[in-house]
Design a protein around this ligand. Structure first.
Ligand SMILES: [Fe+2]
Ligand SMILES: [Fe+2]
Length: 137
């Protein structure tokens, strides 16, 4: 079990969105460990992951624009790559192709969770006290 505590950035809105990501991730973990084939559930999880990722990236990019984050271009490009990979899985499912749930789980662990720990953590110091207070309300 991964502990969400180490993924917290101290920004309430962002942390709560990352927590939702975690919840979806654990739905996938549960599915993989159940060792049962359940394409309907897998498709539901991918759909949720896809939509939520889009929502979260939009929110985060708007926030980074507001604070004039100097590395916004790179951050957006990382988001784009992550989103492209989730979209690819979604398309595969829609086309009726077999998608391995373990592979998606691996993608989430390698990319999304690492993105929070490494890339997202970098912008925290750029959010000033005032902005942080607004986001805590
Ligand atoms: Fe994020
Ligand atoms: Fe991000």
């Amino acid at each position: 079990m991964r502990d969400f505590e180490q993924y917290k950035l101290g920004i309430k809105t962002v942390d709560s969105q990352h927590q939702t990501w975690f919840d979806i991730y654990y739905e996938l973990v549960t599915l993989v460990y159940s060792e049962k084939e359940n394409p309907e559930l897998l498709s539901e999880i991918i759909e949720k992951l896809h939509d939520y990722t889009h929502y979260h990236f939009q929110y985060e990019e708007k926030l980074l624009r507001e604070i004039s984050y100097p590395d916004l271009k790179q951050h957006k490009s990382n988001h784009k790559n992550l989103y492209a990979s989730i979209s690819w899985y979604k398309r595969q499912m829609e086309e009726g192709k077999i998608v391995c749930s373990e592979r998606i789980l691996h993608t989430m662990e390698q990319w999304i969770l690492t993105h929070i720990l490494v890339d997202d953590r970098k912008y925290v110091e750029y959010i000033d006290v005032k902005k942080r207070r607004e986001l805590l309300v």
